[in-house]
Each structure stands twice: as structure tokens, then as C-alpha cells.
Design a protein around this ligand. Structure first.
Ligand SMILES: Nc1ncnc2c1ncn2[C@@H]1O[C@H](COP(=O)(O)OP(=O)(O)OP(=O)(O)O)[C@@H](O)[C@H]1O
Ligand SMILES: [Mg+2]
Length: 292
């Protein structure tokens, strides 16, 4: 009897074990698929040259979907250059070259069949200096990317309201959408160009020091905008402001270039680790303001 019970017990646990194993296997498969899906973009062994001069070497980094990644590092280490390579703006500079691969939605954005215009619509860019069309209206600015790209969307009023709301500017401009954009403050202009970038429905937004020309109040507004946007899109932001990286970025990559050497990533990982427990002495020194 006890033997039977034991056997039954064994049988049951074998069955249970098998069931659990199957569930775990399924879970692992789902998990690995989910992990793969969560990577929106990644750079694989990217090196970059201007003419004969190599300015970046061996950059590997993954940008998980709907997260914000900060690129930090001293002036001249290649942050902007790398950012421009992520939506094929780099190749517009004469003499610029790139080796390696940048994958977006599973394929290399530099593959011969890929249209760079499509890439730049899906992977938008916001520059350091706000660059609205100053004599165009606020509304016209928001819709200008759509018009230039030839994208046909007829719900223009809705797009204007939604993107200005997402960019944190709607309440300040909703009563003067037909005024000239040039009359807005610097911080408002930067939020306007964010709205313009959002109007074409990008999946990724690249931002190169978007707050460096702004006062602290406008900076906080843009940071709030970034936090809201990153629920729906993937953001890569270059910043010299360490507090900003901590406030907005899930992950941080620290770039560095030794004298006359190309820049590279010294260390990357969750922002809390890079700032709270960096593994490399140079990262520790940089994030504590000891150089750069
Ligand atoms: N158009 C260009 N032609 C030639 N060299 C360039 C060009 N743009 C950048 N470089 C060089 O590439 C290197 C990286 O420059 P990049 O602008 O990417 O640095 P950065 O990290 O963004 O610096 P900063 O923090 O000052 O903006 C520098 O040595 C720079 O001189
Ligand atoms: Mg730069």
C-alpha cells in the first residue's frame, strides 16, 4: 500500500515534473522572444571615420523598446557622430564612412535596399538648437514634416493637438496656433520641434543635447516630455547634464576618446549602476565631475 502510494506519488510527481518542464520551456521560449522583440535598435561593432580619421571604434549597444538611453562623455568623444549614424544623417557629411551594422526592426538600416528617407521618418532627430521654421505658423510647423515627407494623413487638427500635447506645449499655444513660431521662447520652440518630429509617427527619437540652450524650467518641461514619450517610443539622448541622465534615462552609455584615439564605449548599463556602482574608474571619475 505504501509502495503503491509511493509509486503513485512518484508517478504524479513525474507527470507534474513533465508538466512544469513544459510550462517552463514555453515560458522560456516566450521570454526569449519577448526579449528579442524588446530591442528596438542595436549597433553592432560600429566604427566611424571622417576622411582618414577614425573617430569611433567598435560600438556595440542595444536600445530596448520604449526606454530612454543617455549617451554621456566628454566633448569630442563621438556622441553626436554616433547619434547621427543611428538615422543615417551621418552619411550626408562629405567624407563620412561607417563600418558595422545598425539594426532596426530586425534588419540593417544601411542595407542597400533600405530607403534612408523612410529610416529618418521612423527614427526622428531633435537637435541641440531648436530649428522651427520661424515665419511659419505653429500649426504649420507641426505639420511640416508630414508635408515634406508626402505622408497623407487627413486628420490634421487631431495630429496638431495630439503631438503638441505629447510635447507638453498644447496648453501654452492652443489659442495661437496660427501665430508665427518665431515668437515662441527657446524652450517652447524646442517642444514645438519635438511635436513636429512626433507628427510623422516615429518609433525612435534621437535627441542631441536638447536642453543645453534652455533655462532650468524649460529643461524640466522637456524632461517631463521625454519621460511621457518613452512610454510609447524609444529615446536616445545625448547629454552633458549628469542629473538629466539620472532623471530621464533607464540606461546610460559612457563614451570616451583617449588623445588621438577613436572614441568607444567604456561602460554601459542601467543608469542606476553607471552612476551608483560603476565598474570602471574612468566612469566613476566622469560621473562625479572629475574630468570632461
Ligand atoms: N563634420 C565633421 N567633419 C570632420 N570631423 C568631424 C565632423 N564632425 C565631428 N568631427 C570630429 O569627430 C569627433 C567626434 O565629434 P562629435 O561631434 O561626435 O563629438 P561629441 O561627443 O558630440 O562632442 P560634444 O560633446 O562637444 O558635442 C571630433 O573629433 C570631431 O572633431
Ligand atoms: Mg555633440
Amino acid at each position: 500500500m505504501s509502495q503503491t502510494n509511493e509509486n503513485e506519488g512518484n508517478n504524479m510527481s513525474t507527470a507534474e515534473f513533465e508538466q512544469i518542464a513544459t510550462i517552463e520551456e514555453t515560458a522560456m521560449t516566450t521570454e526569449s522572444t519577448a526579449t528579442e522583440q524588446q530591442i528596438e535598435m542595436d549597433a553592432r561593432d560600429v566604427s566611424i571615420w571622417f576622411g582618414q580619421r577614425k573617430v569611433l571604434e567598435g560600438v556595440n549597444i542595444k536600445f530596448p523598446k520604449n526606454t530612454t538611453t543617455a549617451l554621456i562623455g566628454p566633448s569630442g568623444c563621438g556622441k553626436s557622430t554616433f547619434l547621427r549614424s543611428l538615422n543615417r544623417l551621418h552619411e550626408l557629411i562629405p567624407g563620412a564612412k561607417l563600418a558595422g551594422e545598425i539594426h532596426y526592426e530586425g534588419s540593417d538600416i544601411y542595407a542597400p535596399e533600405v530607403d534612408p528617407v523612410h529610416i529618418r521618418l521612423k527614427i526622428g532627430m531633435v537637435f541641440q538648437k531648436p530649428n522651427p521654421f520661424p515665419s511659419m505658423t505653429i500649426r504649420g510647423n507641426v505639420l511640416s514634416g508630414l508635408k515634406l515627407s508626402g505622408m497623407k494623413r487627413d486628420n490634421h487638427d487631431q495630429i496638431v493637438e495630439e503631438t503638441l500635447t505629447s510635447a507638453g506645449l498644447w496648453n501654452e499655444v492652443k489659442d495661437r496656433l496660427n501665430s508665427e513660431a518665431g515668437a515662441l521662447s527657446g524652450g517652447q520652440q524646442q517642444r514645438l520641434v519635438i511635436a513636429r518630429a512626433l507628427a510623422v509617427n516615429p518609433h525612435v527619437l534621437l535627441m542631441d543635447e536638447p536642453c543645453s540652450a534652455l533655462d532650468p524650467a524649460s529643461t524640466l518641461k522637456i524632461e517631463e516630455t521625454i519621460r511621457q514619450l518613452s512610454k510609447d517610443i524609444t529615446i536616445v539622448i545625448v547629454t552633458h547634464n549628469m542629473q538629466q541622465a539620472v532623471r530621464v534615462a533607464d540606461n546610460t552609455a559612457f563614451f570616451l576618446a583617449a588623445e588621438n584615439e577613436p572614441g568607444h564605449i567604456v561602460e554601459q548599463g542601467p543608469t542606476t549602476e553607471i552612476f551608483g556602482n560603476p565598474q570602471d574608474q574612468r566612469t566613476l571619475d566622469y560621473v562625479n565631475g572629475r574630468f570632461g
